[in-house]
Write a protein that binds this ligand. Sequence first.
Ligand code: NDP
Length: 254
Amino acid sequence: MALNDFRLDGKVALITGGNRGIGLAVAKLFGEAGAKSVLTARRDNPEGEAELKAAGYEFDFVSADARDPETPEKLIAHTIEKYGRIDILVNNAGVAQHGDTPDFTDELYEKIMSTNLTQLFRFCRSAINPMRAQGGGVILNVGSISGVVTNVPQNQVAYNASKAGVHMLTKSLANELAPDNIRVNALAPGYIETDMTAVRETNKEWDSVWRAATPIGRYGLPEEMANCILFLCSPASSYVTGAVLIADGGYTTR
Ligand code: NDP
């Protein structure tokens, strides 16, 4: 074992939600670690892409709606066409929605479930045969502490259920795919400074509850999540599969 085990030289990654937040931080770190990446999201982010280009990282951005049932198969095929293989799949795209349950519509529930869980299942499914054919691979699913504990003070039943689903899907797939040399792990972030938690800037009550509930006393940074994801996607974690790595500043210790 050596520090080089944390590198991804020559590896090809597909990163969903790769235009901003945690996904963009992963794209940057994977570039630094030597990987080529296909990044996907609905919208492009010229500023983010310019940064990746300036750093000399090899990547390709494809705009797509992950909820479209055809997107996962198309993007896996695109990745293989573009770079010849797919070594790493990072299922990071997701949406959050707060709301009291009696007022939570079917449309909202469906949006959360299809974005956070159904499309993630489809991406995993589409990656399996190509990874098998090339002798192995790594899948990393972004879950959440919301799949482990109930958040306060906001109600978000659908989001929490979707992320618990991500964790169990991860463990089940890890078990199914271990004989194929495909490792499957999840990251469960706590509160991270991204657009998803932008309400922290306007809702001071929630902001102070979230900080007070976090022993480290601050939000996590996308780069801190990217570090964890790099570990779980690199040969450094070769004996880790079926794990849900909690990175939450201690939130779930209480
Ligand atoms: P952001 O809101 O910054 O990013 C969400 C990403 O998902 C964007 O790239 C967005 O791109 C993409 N996305 C959303 N819907 C779709 C869709 N239908 N099709 C394709 N892409 C989509 O949030 P984060 O970076 O924080 O979130 C990344 C992951 O981390 C999510 O799975 C989230 O649930 C999880 N997480 C975040 C936490 C936090 O505190 N921030 C805590 C725990 C987990 P676009 O909108 O352009 O399509």
